[in-house]
Design a protein around this ligand. Sequence first.
Ligand SMILES: [Ca+2]
Ligand SMILES: [Ca+2]
Length: 107
Amino acid sequence: MARLEAVITNMVDIFMEYADDQGHKRKLCKEELQAMLQKEIESADLKAKINGDDIEEAMKMLDKNKDDEINFREFCRCVGMLATGYYHKKIGKGQKKGKGKDQAGDD
Ligand SMILES: [Ca+2]
Ligand SMILES: [Ca+2]
């Protein structure tokens, strides 16, 4: 399979595999998210990007519509964040302390 195709099908397959495990189908609850992060991400750097060691924080960060679950759109955003983090690392753009964390201030 072409590489980009593999990325796309992997994303969908991984999401569905974990999201359909328990609770609501097509959504990752906290336990499912934790299981996925534990098994599907090995790099400590990547995990740190989304607070992967603290499931409460990771959930807070990824759950944009605040329904306490991760839907596919939120999952895609998560993968995008990880990819961006990796990209920045590769081009040598470290984490600069500019304006701090971008807090999605939607209130
Ligand atoms: Ca589920
Ligand atoms: Ca959500």
